[in-house]
Design a protein. Structure first.
Length: 696
């Protein structure tokens, strides 16, 4: 019989035999008590003490140091029984097992509640006390047996027995066996209800032994050689730990550490977790360790508690942080877990998965549970529309798991543009494409191929988009996010920069920490404001500014996400930042051909155009950036809506003129020609001038 199987008939038979021994002892104790009880038929016995009873008690000899023989025959041990395994896994002696059965019997047979009330001489106390339990097992109350109920004794420290009523004298304190332990003895293996809200369901793969990437092989080998305390570092290590435990014949208990630490009494839940692992013959997968914040000492003490109690239980802690020796009295065996198997999407989606989707999904950094959730969301989305699962459904499932923490620190943009909307010269377009390429294949190149350099560098991809305002830097970042199936988060510098020393670094750290848990592209617009060059130290302001820059240098290197920095002045960027960038794209002002394409795309297909509209003329004469062209297109559309006519050359030129005034640029005759005067007059309230100017 396995550790998690139901109790067999033989198993229950052995339990009944052991409880039969307890019943004989109770019958003997009741008989002895009735023989010396002057008023056994008194209905109020146990509720008062008469003077005669006081005299009788005083005349009895003390039995505190002398055992009471019971004459019971012992029952042969059953090595395969649950009771035997409890004794083995919790380190109990045969005496401990006898004590456990005496305490548990009222929860199995209600007759013993009344019998214990009689023996306690108190009808309201229907559970055994320490003194009564020792008496029924033939142990003198002043002997060593009383210490089997100390806090460090196996029965109590293992959570098998609870000592209640601490305000009473030691021997009169009530004992209780938790419901979960009694249920386990009777053959039930449902987890303790107190753990229901903190345990995460984690299915085992059908064939955990097949581990192509070797993720669980070393863990499995360590478990089989006796290492029961491991520290796993890597991405998606929980699945590898669950697979390794399954291959070793054990189930896995995976608590949500964030939820557990948020409970009113996390220490009690951790004790119940360790007890559950021993009862079920399971291992504990605990993490992520980042939850144990350095400034929260009580959380570290909880880990010390569980590590101390779980000795002999496989404890697999996981997290990206280094192990702190203060977390536990013993050191774990460290393991770096390789990157996850790329075929996990196929396993979760099933037969509907298209292998052509693999490159598009490779850019996501997801754990096994996140992949499972994304696949579940995708299946429901496709089911609602009555069609097979598509790549867009899987991407929607990934984005649905992005937390709202980063939304409070950055502007969230759902990409609505693609490569066809991007008008760039070939070098810039190639650089933007390289950023998407690096983001898609970073797990393979930096993970499985181990091309990541040392120095504590992360697996992030960073790029610099440099160029004048309106040349397409932000749109290019949005296109990259759309290509990767991610959302774009634009960092608002007003929420980052702070005049107080050290606050800017704290704000940036919060952004990087939140971004690490989000599958998105992080955009620092006008990045030279915080990523600027370091300068010679002349006063305290220079020193703290340099400290801020140094922090950013280190934090960008350890960043595991995708970040894009934009700047209007590349020369303002610190050279140390430039060296650490993966991609640099220069965005020049568009030439005439690119401007023509921009005019055509910005005006769109829905806006009615006049037959005489000459976009070639506008593109040739007016040297505008893409952002300015879009602003002019919107202004021309408003002018057309007001006049009731399709957009013509006059509306476009009027919009350009207004853009020139907004930008503070000179209105030159060689750009506007003969139309400048008529267009100017139209802006003074003569609607007919626009129509006249639109005719050649």
């Amino acid at each position: 019989m396995t550790a998690t199987g139901s109790a067999t008939v033989d198993d229950l038979g052995y339990l009944w035999a052991r409880l039969g021994v307890v019943e004989r002892r109770v019958r003997h104790a009741v008989a002895v008590r009735r023989g010396s009880d002057p008023s056994p038929e008194d209905p109020y016995r146990g509720l008062y003490l008469t003077p005669e009873e006081v005299e009788r008690i005083l005349s009895l000899p003390s039995s505190a140091w002398a055992s009471t023989p019971t004459g019971d025959a012992t029952v042969p041990a059953a090595p395969g029984s649950r009771l035997h395994r409890i004794g083995r896994d919790f380190g109990l002696s045969e005496l401990d097992i006898e004590l456990l059965l005496v305490i548990a019997v009222p929860d199995v047979d209600p007759r013993f509640e009344r019998l214990y009330g009689y023996l306690n001489d108190d009808v309201t106390r229907r559970r055994p006390t320490i003194g009564l339990t020792l008496e029924l097992c033939g142990i003198p109350p002043a002997g060593d047996g009383r210490f089997r109920f100390g806090a460090a004794a196996p029965l109590v420290s293992g959570g098998l027995v609870e000592v209640l009523e601490p305000e009473r004298p030691w021997l009169s304190r009530t004992l209780r066996v938790p419901d979960r332990v009694v249920a386990h003895l009777l053959g039930n293996d449902d987890p303790d209800p107190v753990l229901r809200d903190v345990l995460r369901s984690w299915p085992v793969r059908e064939d955990p032994v097949l581990d192509e990437a070797g993720r669980s092989a070393r863990i499995r080998k360590a478990l089989r050689t006796g290492a029961d305390f491991l520290h796993l570092r890597g991405n998606d290590v929980v699945q590898a730990a669950v697979d390794a435990l399954a291959a070793d014949g054990r189930s896995a208990l995976v608590p949500d550490l964030v939820a557990l630490l948020g409970e009113p009494d996390p220490a009690a839940l951790l004790a119940a977790l360790v007890r559950e692992a021993r009862l079920a013959g399971a291992g504990i997968v605990l993490g992520p360790l980042e939850t144990l914040e350095p400034g929260r000492g009580e959380r570290a003490r909880l880990l010390r508690t569980v590590a101390g109690r779980a000795e002999g239980v496989p404890l697999l802690a996981h997290g990206e942080v280094a192990w702190d020796p203060a977390w536990a009295p013993r050191m774990p065996v460290p393991f770096d877990v390789p990157p996850p198997d790329p075929g996990r999407w196929r396993r979760e989606v099933g037969d509907e998965f298209d292998p052509a989707w693999t490159p598009a999904l490779a850019g996501y950094r997801l754990g096994a549970e996140q992949v499972r959730r994304a696949a579940s969301v995708a299946a429901r989305l496709a089911s609602v529309e009555g069609r097979p699962v598509e790549l867009a459904d899987l991407r929607a499932g990934v984005r649905a798991q992005n937390g709202a923490g980063l939304d409070r620190l950055a502007r969230h943009i759902v990409p609505a543009v693609g490569w066809d909307d991007l008008v760039l010269p070939e070098p810039a377009r190639r650089a933007v494409g390289e950023l998407a390429l690096r983001a898609r294949h970073r797990d393979r190149v930096l993970g499985r191929w181990r091309m990541r350099p040392g120095g504590g560098r992360g697996c992030g991809v960073t790029a610099l988009f440099a160029g004048e305002s309106g040349t397409g830097k932000t749109m290019s970042a949005e296109v990259v996010a759309a290509e990767l199936g991610m959302d774009l988060y634009v960092v608002d510098l007003s929420t980052v920069v702070d005049k107080y020393v050290g606050e800017t670094e704290k704000n940036l750290e919060r952004i990087f920490t939140e971004a690490a848990g989000v599958n998105g592209v992080l955009l620092f617009d006008e990045a030279d404001a915080i990523f600027g060059q370091r300068s010679a130290v002349k006063d305290a302001h220079d020193r703290y500014a340099n400290v801020e820059s140094a922090f950013l240098l280190q934090r960008m290197e350890s960043f595991d996400g995708i970040a894009v920095l934009t700047t209007n002045l590349r020369s303002n960027m610190d050279e140390a930042f430039i060296r650490r960038l993966d991609v640099i794209a220069d965005f020049p002002m568009p030439d005439a051909a690119q401007r023509l394409a921009l005019w055509d795309r910005c005006l769109g297909r829905e806006l009615p155009r006049a037959a005489e509209l000459d976009l070639g003329l506008c593109a040739e004469r007016f040297e505008l950036s893409g952002g300015s062209i879009r602003a002019c297109a919107v202004t021309a559309a408003y002018l057309a809506a007001e006049s009731g006519h399709p957009v013509g050359t006059a509306e476009v030129i009027e919009a350009v003129l207004r853009e020139y005034h907004k930008l503070g640029r000179l209105v030159l005759d060689h750009e506007f020609g003969d139309r400048a005067g008529s267009v100017t007059s139209s802006s003074k309230g003569d609607p007919s001038a626009l129509e006249h100017a639109s005719r050649p």
